[in-house]
Ligand binder design. Structure first.
Ligand code: SF4
Length: 306
């Protein structure tokens, strides 16, 4: 059996920054450090930080006065930031700079009097944060049916933004339909799908062409990891989303000569290596990495954590 590793895969710059923010806060201020929402959508990362002294909470009301609290990489509605600012808390915002860019787009469109359409999945933390940048005149869609059903105050004054971790194919269909329904629709960027999502999706698509099965390491809550599985399946191979080697059903590998392996933007490399070891123990005798660029982008830390 041969194992082929996607390149790039795994941690992106936004996830690296968010995890570093929690680790630096723990080192500088000691435990406990409170984190609102899972810092990134990965079970292993959250558990490792919990063991180092992070306490994950759903609401700021669960954070005692005088504590240090970190807001997750997905971004938060402005109401959460206001509540945090009005409490006796030391706050660090781990929102990814690329999500911040989308927030700025929403604010700019809203200030121009446009109705803002957010293309994104219902209930996802990033979408809730993006929608929460303004109080009104903002709607969410994720499917062509939802675009058809949209009713806006003025069809000539509409703009759209996208969740950063969607599938590029899926988004293009929704954008095309938005443009046909609202020919004057504006967007500040063609799509806000981030560089890490795009490069990992391109890599898994190439990978899927070369293998019999694709294993995607990522949690069920991770939007970008689920999109990697979808992209692989679009190429006609079986693809599975797993948290770690423990989730592999050995029957998936029956008859497979080439196994493809990738990881979502929030999945650590040690989990990839754990799956490689599992496959070696089951007869994999060749491990190779696809040609491709490693992800070398890095985002600066917020002040106060250097
Ligand atoms: S996937 Fe993209 S938007 Fe999300 S944290 Fe990573 S770099 Fe930022």
């Amino acid at each position: 059996m041969k194992v082929v590793l996607a390149q790039p895969r795994g941690f992106c710059a936004g996830v690296n920054r968010a995890i570093t923010i929690v680790e630096r806060a723990l080192a500088l201020y000691g435990s406990p450090i409170y984190v609102r929402h899972e810092i990134v959508h990965n079970k292993t990362v959250v558990e490792e930080l919990r063991q180092k002294g992070a306490i994950f909470v759903d609401h700021l009301s669960d954070v005692p006065d005088g504590s240090t609290v970190i807001l997750s990489a997905h971004g938060v509605p402005k109401s959460v930031k206001m509540i945090a600012a009005n409490r006796n808390l030391r706050v660090f915002d781990a929102v990814c700079p690329l999500v911040m860019k989308v927030h700025r787009e929403v604010l700019s469109m809203h200030a121009q009097g446009l109705t803002v359409i957010v293309i994104g999945h219902e209930g996802h933390a990033e979408v809730e944060g993006t929608m929460g940048q303004v109080d009104d005149n903002i709607y969410r869609v994720s499917t062509p049916e939802e675009v058809q059903a949209l009713v806006v105050p003025d069809e000539n004054k509409v703009g759209y933004v996208t969740q950063t971790t969607l599938s590029t194919d899926e988004t293009q269909k929704v954008i095309a339909l938005l443009k046909s329904r609202f020919p004057a629709i504006k967007s500040l960027s063609p799509a806000d799908i981030c560089y890490a999502t795009q490069t990992r999706q391109e890599a898994v698509r190439e990978l899927a062409k070369q293998v019999d099965i694709v294993l995607v390491i990522g949690s069920q809550t991770s939007s970008n990891s689920k999109r990697l599985r979808d992209k692989a399946e679009l190429e006609g191979v079986k693809a599975y989303l797993i948290d770690s080697a423990d989730d592999i059903d050995p029957t998936w590998l029956d008859g497979c000569e080439r196994v493809g392996l990738t990881a979502g933007a929030s999945a650590p490399e040690h989990l990839v290596q754990g799956v490689v070891e599992y496959l070696k123990a089951r007869g994999a005798d060749s491990i190779e990495s696809m040609p491709g660029r490693e992800d070398r982008i890095a985002f600066p830390l917020p002040s106060g954590l250097h």
